[in-house]
Design a protein around this ligand. Sequence first.
Ligand code: AGP
Length: 610
Amino acid sequence: MCGIVGYIGNEPSAPILLDGLRRLEYRGYDSAGLAVHSPGGVQVVRAVGKLRNLERALEERPLHGTVGIGHTRWATHGRPSEVNAHPHVAGPVAVVHNGIIENHVALRNELRAAGCEILSDTDTELVAHLVRREVDGGANLETAVRKTLSRLHGAYAIAVLSTLEPQRIVVAKNSSPLVLGIGEGATYCASDVPALLPYTRDMLFLEDGEMAVLEGSGATVTTVEGAPVKRAIQRIDWSPAMAEKAGYKHFMLKEIFEQPRALEDTFRGRLDRQAGDINGAEIGLTDADAADIKRVVLLACGTSHHAAMAGRYWLESLARIPTVVELASEFRGRDAVVGAGDLIIAVSQSGETLDTLVAAKEAKQKGAKVLAIANVIGSAIPRMSDATFYTHAGPEIGVASTKCFSAQLANLVMFAIWLGRRRDALSPERTRELVEALARLPQQMADTLNGTRQLVANLARRYVDARDVLFLGRGLSFPIALEGALKLKEISYVHAEGYAAGEMKHGPIALIDARVPVLVLVPRDDNYERSLSNLQEAKAREAMVIAIANEGDVDARDASDDLIEVAAVDPALTPFLTVLPLQLYSYYVADFKGTDVDQPRNLAKTVTVE
Ligand code: AGP
């Protein structure tokens, strides 16, 4: 996830572009850059790291001109470095891009064969070269971009400048967001509304498959094929302050609601619905590697460990491969029995967690192969791993992990399906069924979030003063119960326990009385009947029982005090839905208590200490 911005008007463009990027920095801060039409042609300044580094670079090399584009990067193709930073330039053309071009390998080969000198590892530079080829062939910028778009598969929001047409910016959108701002004698573009709010509230939202030519006097919108589009300008009522978090009170709430988008991005190019299979190209293992694996060892900490626990369930049930899951902090230094034939999967949002890094290194030294599942491109764990299967959740700013957890689940289940198919543990029919069920998830998650938000907020208010809270689940719901308890602990400071529902009777049931809210996960899966019995056991001890069950579950409704209904999904995929109300519950309890939701006490987003 990156942020793009553009300005064409009569004011110096660099300060306006920088201000827009500041408001988009939540979308990524691996590097940033500007391209501005200057008297000598398009000039570019780029810098690695946060925006302040670009600001410093601009102090040394100021850009003068009233037309420009800018970018803040969350690296997806290629490590964070200046050469991979946007804007990317080819001849007279400069491009900024948010998204992922799926056919980048084929395009790179084609451009190389045609003699293009490609400097970066990015997919975006390829777009710049494609536009340049058209411009060199005599096309105007609009036509050149139009022709280029017909060659791209994947997600993009782009803004393009050409030295040859200094009074124009051409933009286009497919899957990635792009909004145009219409001001007095100035026209803007940006990845989202907040970037433009200080300048104009008159916005024009591009749809997928549309492009626009921006001039100081306004924007002309067409389809990519060239048909004119009439789009009404919308007046936005948001205040700039609200929009800092895109209208959400906290980053955590925003990130909870971003989960459908995070999944779409993580699935993109990997769910091959035509083949009814997982496209494993990015997993970095061959079919022969898949056949050679004797055992999988999942290593992770905190929330990532809970995702790994669900991963074990999937690897065993879908790929039929012996799997263990370990807390990285307990694995390291233990001289664990691990070696050749073992595939280590190191799961880490940040890719920097010291315990996970050290544990994975130890296993590698003993001859195991290491596959990283990480969200931060080029971070330490991917760098030391044999292969990395990235999640594409975008930058997660709230310390409490939410969207990255869902994206980790997505990669783990995709990997298990891929492996299961390769090892003949999954039939082609069941594989196709799962791929289709995964493709439906983003919409079902959006429906569940919107459908449960108010009820969950009401329950959180009712139980805000509870001193202890229990979360129960079996099978795939057990790690989700643990995750629900961890979320509540870390941001609301309430004592919470996650338990395997079947273990209650072996001790923890003694904790239950009429003051303890118990959240029980009872989705329709193989454990349904047993989980419902555990729910009834808690109810019989006078607990206040909240059931999280599938829509229309009359038995769960009758047995509990309150029912939170989530969309019905394939029984193998319930965690994607059941975790959502638990995240919302912890968020609202914390918000009602007035804690620092995004930066809870004593915690850090990335734990690089012993
Ligand atoms: C999650 O809400 C926590 N902040 C924490 O448990 C986190 O998941 C853990 O520190 C592991 O981080 P990682 O995924 O970056 O390795």
